[in-house]
Ligand binder design. Structure first.
Ligand code: NAD
Length: 246
């Protein structure tokens, strides 16, 4: 069990990719803390994690609120004793062409996807620096690398997450803390369920491996980056996209 006695915090961990990451880290031995705004779904996932024999705690925390994030991290330490791994996964889309995108659409996506990652990384880094050990992995997107029409806000937020990752990697490298990003392509979740059938078909045809990815594919990449196998890797973006963004 490579992650025995480690505590991992997954934001947006109630469902989708975050839930799968939490399950994979728990199966690797970690105890889990989840931040999410969906209380019911959060509770269900916490029960699933406990059923695996791990300690697990869910906290209703909105990652855009610095006070809630800081207090949430204090509660994680209180309940689980330490914090070794942070996975910045909470994220949303609010798509629209640039000429029709309103300020609220822009602000909300940036607030959750980028400011949320900043607030959680800052709070976790303070703990990890004291421990002189830690792993931060942020879920970016290939859209942050190559852009996508109708997603100026989302692409900017995910490119921002990659910049944040590299800056923090350089700041914390000498203190035993690594910071990396995983950039998924198109993964089967509620987020991609919302796409029209014709768009999904077009996408599938464009992916060299011929299919959308599964949340498990992203979770396996995260597991690698938080494990000792990746101890000498920091500031990197690991693309998990079936070859789409080559
Ligand atoms: P999802 O909508 O299924 O799950 C997102 C989770 O984040 C939900 O549980 C939601 O309640 C939570 N959340 C939303 N706002 C929050 C907030 N303010 N504070 C705390 N939690 C909040 O989405 P998903 O498809 O599982 O995506 C997870 C991550 O992966 C996102 O960052 C997304 O951008 C990224 N991603 C997804 C895909 C894909 O194809 N699904 C591709 C690339 C990247």
């Amino acid at each position: 069990m490579p992650l025995t006695d480690q505590v991992a915090l997954v934001t947006g961990g109630a469902q989708g990719i975050g839930r799968e990451i939490a399950l994979v880290l728990a199966k690797a031995g970690a105890d889990l803390a989840l931040f999410d705004i969906k209380a019911d779904t959060l509770e269900r996932t916490v029960q699933e994690l406990r059923a695996l024999g791990r300690r697990a705690e869910g906290f209703v925390v909105d990652v855009t609120d610095g006070k809630q994030v800081d207090e949430g991290v204090v509660k994680v330490l209180d309940k689980l004793g330490r914090l070794d791994i942070l996975i910045n996964n909470a994220g949303i889309t609010k798509d629209g062409l640039i000429v029709r995108m309103d300020d609220a659409q822009w602000d909300r996506v940036l607030a959750i996807n980028l400011t949320g990652a900043f607030l959680c990384t800052r709070a976790a880094a303070r703990v990890m620096l004291r421990q002189r050990r830690g792993r931060v992995v942020s879920i970016a997107s290939i859209v942050g690398l190559i852009g996508n029409p109708g997603q100026a806000n989302y692409a900017a937020s995910k490119a921002g997450v990659i910049g944040l990752t590299k800056a923090v990697a350089k700041e914390l490298a000498s203190r035993g803390v690594t910071c990396n990003a995983v950039a998924p392509g198109f993964i089967k979740t509620e987020m991609t369920e919302a796409l029209p059938e014709a768009a999904k078909q077009r996408l599938q045809n464009a992916i060299p491996m011929g299919t959308l990815g599964e949340p498990h594919d992203v979770a396996q990449a995260v597991l690698f980056l938080v494990s000792d196998a990746a101890r000498y890797i920091t500031g990197q973006v690991l693309v998990v996209d079936g070859g789409l963004a080559m």
